[in-house]
Every structure is written in C-alpha cells, then in structure tokens.
Ligand binder design. Structure first.
Ligand code: KE4
Length: 435
C-alpha cells in the first residue's frame, strides 16, 4: 500500500499541531510508522487520502455503531443544519434527548449534556464531591476517564497510598485526592475505604474496561462495590463512555444488573458528533447549577446538531431491539474465528470479548487487570497491527485498546478479518523466528 498523501499530510500536520494529531493515540507512537489520514468513510469502510480501503474496527473509538455515514442520521443532521447550528438557548431536542436517556439508562433520573467524555467524568466527580462534601475519589489502574486532572494519577508508592500525577501539569495537590487501586480487587477497595472513613466522595470505574484493552469487571466485584458504596455513602460512578448503548441498550449496568448512583456517557450518545453526558439520581444531579451549588456549564452543551445525531442514533437502537443482538452475533463470529486461528497455530494468547468490544492480548497470562495486561508483548502487537494495516484492516493502534465492531460490517468483511488475523499471526512469528 502506498501512502504518499498521508505521509505528506503528516509532515505538514507536525508543523502546526503537536505531534501532528489532535489526540495522542492517533499518532501511532506505540505501533510505529506514520498514521494514515482518512478522507472519507461509508458503512464499515474507511478510505484514506491515497484511496486505500480499510475495514474499520475502531469506528471512531466506539461512536459509529451503525456504521459510517448512516443515511437516516445524515438526513436528520442535514434537516437540523438548515435551521442554524447553535442558539445557546434551550431547545426541544434537548428535552427529547434527556427523556430518551432517562428512559433507557436504569440509573439515570436526571442528565446534563456536555461536549466530551472528559467533561462528563470531570463534572460527575465534581457533583459527587459537592453532594457528599468529601474530597477523595477512588479510581482503578488501567481505567481511563478522559484527561481531567483528577484522573491523570497513578498509584502512589504503596498500593494504598494516594496518587502521584502521571502527567506533567497535574499538581500533587490534585493527585493526593485520588487513590488508584488494582482493578477487580475488592480487598484493596475495602482497605482503602476503611483507611479513609467518610472521606471518599466517589468510586469511578469502567464496568467493562476498554482502555487497558478489553477487561470486564467480575460481577462479584461490581456487586461488592455497590454494597460498599451504599453502606459508606460513597457515590458509585460507572463510566460508560465506551459501554453505554453498546454492551446492551442500558449499557454495562443493565448487562451486569448492578446499578450505579451516576453514569457518564459519550461516543455513541453523539453519533459521531462531540457529545458527553453525566446523570444519575435526581438528588445528586440537583446539586448542579442552576439548582445546586456545583457549577458546570458549556456554550455548546446540548448543541442542536449534535443532539440530532445522537438522538437519531439512540432512537434507532431503542426502536430496533434486535439490532444489538445482531451486532453481537457479527462480533462473536469474529471472536470465534480469531480463537480458532489461535488454536490452529497452537498459540495461547488471551482473547477478551464482551459483545462488540474485544482485544487480543499478546500474553499467555489471563488478563484481568493492568498488571496482567502489561505482560503483553507490545513489539509483537506492533508487527501484528502493521500487518493488518497493510492488508486493509484498521485496528486500534495500541495493545491497550479495545476494538469496536459496527452494525454495518458484512459477512465478507468478517471473513477477511479472520483471514488477515491468521496470516498476521503466521507472519509475525515467522519474522520472530528468523530474527
Ligand atoms: P473523550 O474526552 O475522549 O470524549 O472521552 C474520554 C473517555 C472517558 N471515559 C472512557 C471510558 C473513555 O474511553 C474515554 C475516551 N476513550 C479514548 C479511547 N481510549 C478516546 C480516544 C482518544 O483519546 O483519542
């Protein structure tokens, strides 16, 4: 595959944009080589500036669940656009959207729209702190909740000491209020809560992690978290920016049958346009301005065009209950194909899948948290990624990300994905044996 125009654009981009990208993971740093610049997309297919076609297994990191340029969404957005893009005043569409979300997501009695997943999680934490009048939060190593200061924190020196920043520009002052614990480890949570009695405002987690690669929470872990939070007056927040409306219509909370006090949403909720949301119990949400004392605002929050794209997407998912089942069937066909390939080749890499999210970890260790995910061979993954890219399959450019399947994927696409996976596994090991 030649990528002359992508190469040229990347050189130009680096002149004007830090690293040539508007979000770091797009720069292909952990897989090597240069990013391809996408010109257009349709259904399950991306087309880069050089005309190369790829089957898309990222789908904009989740939002494009119905596939790219889905005609009913395009039409709805067009019709909304001719009435102007933004008013900065309340609109009917925002009410429809809020009602639909409250109807769909079990934990949400009231919801506030924002413009990204980061804004959603930042605001949810602030609301939880305002509601409980407590400062500290617990997160889990390997979970990513956007780039808000409180979340760019890694475990302190001891597993139970408060955090240290894992980004320049985050102060010790902020980090000291965040405790980062091992995922799926309820004993660590019990100890931390006991050591910080009545000081923890919230526990936040991805119920099915996408951001260390796909790592589902154990159901007992979630049930125990729910019990501890109820007992201790801690706000339990499910960050469903990835899992919302994908794992099931009501998200991972519906899939597991564990109901948080608050939920953060993004990605699918905007149908590809910039939208995030946070919501939960009315008594918590009524702490948010202009009702309560927790300030949060946004010029383009509830933007009519973004609401139209998101609402149309959610409406289609809600009105076609079998659609997610069909999507999961497509995704399981891919999963079965990959697992068969591993068996045929005598490889015992770890394949984690929940519905239409999955990750192939290049390690023989079952992956249940960040430590086990980190045993993966990232050099092998890089070669695996490049083989896919050169053979028309677009994977997430990091071992520590999840793939997202779209409803638009065809049987031919699935067949090709399974074949390229097989050939890639052969290729990277041949290379490894000859090196
Ligand atoms: P945004 O601010 O990127 O819209 O959302 C932040 C966020 C919050 N919570 C979860 C569970 C998320 O997965 C994300 C964003 N996910 C990444 C994928 N690893 C977005 C890709 C990127 O950073 O470019």
């Amino acid at each position: 595959m030649q990528r002359k125009y992508s190469e040229e654009l990347f050189e130009q981009a680096k002149r004007y944009i830090p690293g040539g990208v508007n979000s770091p993971v797009r720069a292909f740093k952990s897989v090597g080589g240069n990013p391809v610049f996408i010109k257009r997309a349709k259904g399950a297919h991306l087309f880069d500036e050089d005309g190369n076609m790829y089957i898309d297994l990222i789908n904009s990191w989740g939002p494009m669940i119905l596939g790219h340029a889905y005609p009913p969404i395009i039409e709805a957005v067009y019709q909304a656009s001719i009435n102007s893009f933004s008013y900065g005043a309340p609109t009917r569409m925002e009410v429809e959207m809020a009602k639909l979300i409250c109807d769909i997501v079990p934990s949400i009695e009231k919801v506030r729209m924002v413009n990204s997943g980061t804004e959603a999680t930042m605001s949810a934490i602030r609301a939880a702190r305002g509601y409980t009048n407590r400062n500290k939060i617990i997160k889990f190593a390997g979970c990513y909740h956007g780039h808000g200061d409180s979340f760019l924190v890694e475990a302190g020196s001891g597993a139970l000491t408060f955090g240290t920043p894992n980004s320049a520009g985050v102060t010790e002052g902020t980090a000291k209020d965040t405790l980062s614990l091992p995922f799926n480890d309820i004993n660590a949570v019990k100890q931390a809560v006991a050591q910080n009695k009545s000081q923890i405002a919230a526990i936040i987690l991805e119920p099915i992690v996408g951001n260390m690669g796909c790592v589902p929470a154990e159901k007992e872990f979630l049930q125990a978290l729910r019990q501890i939070c109820t007992q201790e007056g801690i706000v339990l927040i499910f960050d469903e920016v990835m899992t919302g409306f994908r794992i099931s219509l009501g998200g991972a909370q519906e899939y597991y049958g564990v109901i948080p006090d608050m939920t953060t949403l993004g990605k699918i909720i905007g149908g590809g346009l910039p939208v995030g949301a946070y919501g939960g119990k009315a008594e918590i949400m009524d702490c948010v301005a202009p009702v309560g004392k927790v300030y949060q605002a946004g010029t383009l929050s509830g933007n009519p065009i973004a609401m139209t794209a998101g609402y149309t997407t959610l409406r289609i998912l809600a009105d076609n209950p079998d659609l997610l089942n069909q999507l999961n069937k497509k995704a399981s066909a891919i999963g079965e194909g990959i697992k068969n390939n591993l068996k045929k080749l005598g490889l015992n890499y770890q394949f984690n899948q929940v519905g239409s999210m999955f990750t192939l970890f290049f390690t023989n260790v079952p992956v249940t948290n960040l430590d086990t995910a980190m045993t993966s061979n990232t050099q092998l993954f890089a070669r695996y990624f490049q083989y896919h890219l050169n053979n028309g399959v677009y994977l997430a450019p990091s071992q520590f990300e999840a793939m997202f399947v779209s409803y638009a994927i065809s049987d031919e696409d699935i067949e090709k994905i399974i074949k390229v996976n097989y050939d890639a596994l052969v290729h990277i090991h041949e290379v490894e044996h000859t090196q």
